[in-house]
Structures are given as structure tokens and as C-alpha cells.
Design a protein around this ligand. Sequence first.
Ligand SMILES: Nc1ncnc2c1ncn2[C@@H]1O[C@H](COP(=O)(O)OP(=O)(O)O)[C@@H](O)[C@H]1O
Ligand SMILES: Cc1ncc(COP(=O)(O)O)c(N)n1
Length: 278
Amino acid sequence: MMPQVLTIAGSDSGGGAGIQADIKTFQELGVYSTSVLTAVTAQNTLGVAAIYPMAREAVRTQLQAVGKDFRLAALKTGMLFNEEIIEETAKWIRHFNWRQLVVDPVMIAKGGANLLRAEAGAALKKELLPLASVVTPNIPEAEVLSGIEIADPLSRRLAAEKILSFGSQSVIIKGGHGKDEETAEDFFLHRDGEELLFRSPRIATVQTHGTGCTFSAALAAELAKGQPLKEAIYTAKRFIQAALSSELNIGAGHGPTNHAAYRKYGDERREMYDVEIQ
Ligand SMILES: Nc1ncnc2c1ncn2[C@@H]1O[C@H](COP(=O)(O)OP(=O)(O)O)[C@@H](O)[C@H]1O
Ligand SMILES: Cc1ncc(COP(=O)(O)O)c(N)n1
């Protein structure tokens, strides 16, 4: 049977991030996608025009509907927006005993819009991170969660340790916002002390809308297929590398990545998408 996965996230009318990125990624990687909508955004590649959060009850009944019928092998969260949506999400993840949770702590869209209310950060740490197999902040999100400014590998490690103290099994601080012009480097730290770097050549493109959503969805898909965490991260990094490498040139701003590229070109461009693990 096809592994079943769930994304709990916001809708991006522009189709490059959020629920839409997640479902495309799940489909490409061969898992069955269910989805719980937390908010509707009016958004395109230029920015977010409006946000309409779902009522608590709407989130609850979607989670119940999924939980009563599907057997989830993994799940991810994206944009959760406010405290009540976070509380409801955590409650039903515990209720259904869902495992292999990837938490992408989405906070700010590329254009600057707030996708998580500032006061909801505490609920994210308290309610959701203790349930997570892995949490995947980008550098600004890792700084907010940890309260540590990330300037070099040492401060990045300290920030990762601080984030682990909130209870997740592991953390990946993604390097898309890093200063290195040559490489995009993702730092992984597990509670058991294992630490790894996943490094790939940095692609010079502005078409980066939804990279984080796509990465965390690929990670959840691979976990659902039974891949160990390290292999799942490796594939997710290759998936986003492929998606960034073959530009779609859609929209006038930060365009979407190409979710079809990994499946289409994965084998013939194996070297191009290769990711170094250190
Ligand atoms: N220009 C780029 N070239 C190669 N990889 C990138 C680039 N930008 C982001 N990535 C990768 O995409 C994933 C998402 O990273 P990041 O952009 O930091 O997250 P977010 O979209 O949440 O801000 C990471 O695996 C990161 O290394
Ligand atoms: C609905 C929604 N969710 C998440 C993001 C973040 O996107 P990114 O992956 O580029 O950080 C977004 N722009 N819109």
C-alpha cells in the first residue's frame, strides 16, 4: 500500500509554497497526500496580500476526519499562524499518536509577511516541538527560536542545542539564508550528539519561493517510505537542489521551484544534484 502522509499548513494561491508545494512534492515522491488547511493566503511570487486563518473548529474537524480514516506513516506542519491552531494541531497529533513529525517552523514569508503571530512562538516550543522527530528552521527562524544570533559554525551549533532543549529529537538549521556564495549548507544535530552537514553548490536564482516547504515535505515523504532520518534528509536536499536547478520562470518575483525536476532528471543529472555529507 502507498504510504499515507499529512501536511498541516497554509494555502498559497500562487502555488509555489504551503499546502500546494507539499502536495506536489508528496506526489513526486510517491506517497499519498492528505492535507489540513490552517489558513488561506492571497499570495503570489511578489508577496502576501492577505491571510485568512481557519477557525479552531475547522482545524479540529479536518484533523479528526484525517485521523479517523487514514494510517499516517509521517506528517509535517508548515504555516500554523496562531496559538489556537498550534494547540489544536498538537492535541490531535497526540490523540492519534502520529509519529515521524517534521515541524517546519514557518514564521516569515520571503516578502516579509508574518506567517506566525509573534505571541505564538511560545506555543510552538511548548506544544509542538516535543512531538517532533525533526524541526527544520531556516537561519532567521533558528535565531528567533533560540535567541542566539547565528554568525558562524559555533553559534549555529549553540542555536541548534538550544532548539533541541525544547524537546524535538533532532534539528536541521537550513542554510538557504547563509552568507556563503558557493554553497548552501544544512546543519543537522540529533539529541544523541550526532552532527552532520549536508552541503550542495549554491544555485544563483531568485526562484526560491517555497524551498523550505518543499524540503520539509520531501523529508516527511521519505520518512513515510521507511527511510532512516539521515537518508531522508539526503534525498530531501537532492530534491530541492533539483527543483532549484531547473527554473520554471513563472511569476514576476520569487518564482516557484520546479517540483517535477527530481523525478524527471534525477538519474541523468545525478552528479549535478549531488549532496556532500560531512
Ligand atoms: N540558492 C540555493 N541553492 C541551493 N540550495 C538552496 C538555495 N536556497 C535554499 N537552498 C536549500 O533549500 C532548502 C530550504 O532552505 P532555506 O531557503 O534556508 O529555507 P526557507 O525556504 O524556509 O527560508 C535547504 O535545503 C537549503 O539548503
Ligand atoms: C502558505 C505559505 N506557507 C509557507 C510559506 C513560506 O515559504 P518558504 O518555503 O519560501 O519559506 C509561504 N510563503 N506561504
